[in-house]
Design a protein around this ligand. Structure first.
Ligand SMILES: [Zn+2]
Ligand SMILES: [Zn+2]
Length: 230
């Protein structure tokens, strides 16, 4: 069966996420668009995942606990987990490793944490767009420890990407998946043995993917095996 996905969506917690990106709005929009599998991947935090997971369960959408981490090299890497608990532990370590620089709400807005009723229950102080202390390899190792998989994000973007920043795909790490940014051209040789994801990287509701990109699975529960996060 085809399961339509969008595995890269930002909530209002991300500094660049629009304030309309509340858990209910995101999950309802995913439902309207006909998506079966989604992941909310905020920058360097997982604090909005409990609300997202709860709402997705109610709406019968499979939510993969995720995060978009900025490595020491300023490369964005998506990390996905099977268990929310592991994602939350991982997210806390990532947040802790951010430099002690406060968010300036007048520039980036509040970095809001929500419950499943879309009530604001807190805000994160440290600016989430900064780089963590983890190198790409260290991040990969840390994610493995929490049974997570790392997927380099928007690898063909000029900035904050594997190819834009490093210029190559490191083969000393087991990278099976990469995310491709829209329809920008890419040297196919570099990615010939990899599985490609096309996500929205939505920061506004309207940008969440339509039901276009899909993964073929026998059963939706096979998504973890597919992602190698069993
Ligand atoms: Zn990014
Ligand atoms: Zn992103």
């Amino acid at each position: 069966m085809k399961y339509f996905y969008d595995l890269h969506i930002h909530s209002d917690l991300s500094p660049c996420g629009n304030e309309e990106m509340t858990p209910n709005n995101i999950v309802n929009m995913a439902c309207i668009k006909g998506l079966n599998i989604i992941s909310v991947t905020d920058h360097n935090t997982t604090e909005n995942l409990p609300a997202i997971m709860e709402l997705c369960e109610e709406m019968n959408i499979k939510a993969i606990p995720g995060i978009e981490v900025t490595t020491k090299e300023e490369v964005h890497v998506l990390c996905y987990f099977k268990e929310l608990e592991n994602a939350m532990k991982f997210g806390k370590i990532i947040y802790e490793s951010l430099p002690d620089i406060s968010n300036n709400p007048s520039i980036f807005g509040q970095q809001n944490i929500y419950n499943s009723k879309d009530e604001i229950i807190g805000a994160l102080k440290k600016l989430l767009i900064n780089a963590t202390m983890y190198s790409l390899k260290e991040l990969w190792t840390l994610a493995e420890k929490y049974h997570g998989v790392t997927v380099p994000a928007h690898i063909n973007k000029k900035s904050n990407s594997l190819l834009g920043t490093l210029g190559f795909i490191p083969y000393d790490m087991e990278i099976n998946f990469v995310e491709i940014y829209k329809n920008t051209t890419l040297n196919n040789k570099l990615i010939e043995n990899l599985i490609l994801f096309k996500n929205s990287d939505a920061h506004m509701l309207i940008d969440i993917s339509e039901a276009v990109n899909f993964i073929e699975l026998k059963n939706i529960e096979d998504i973890y095996e597919y992602l190698k996060i069993v």
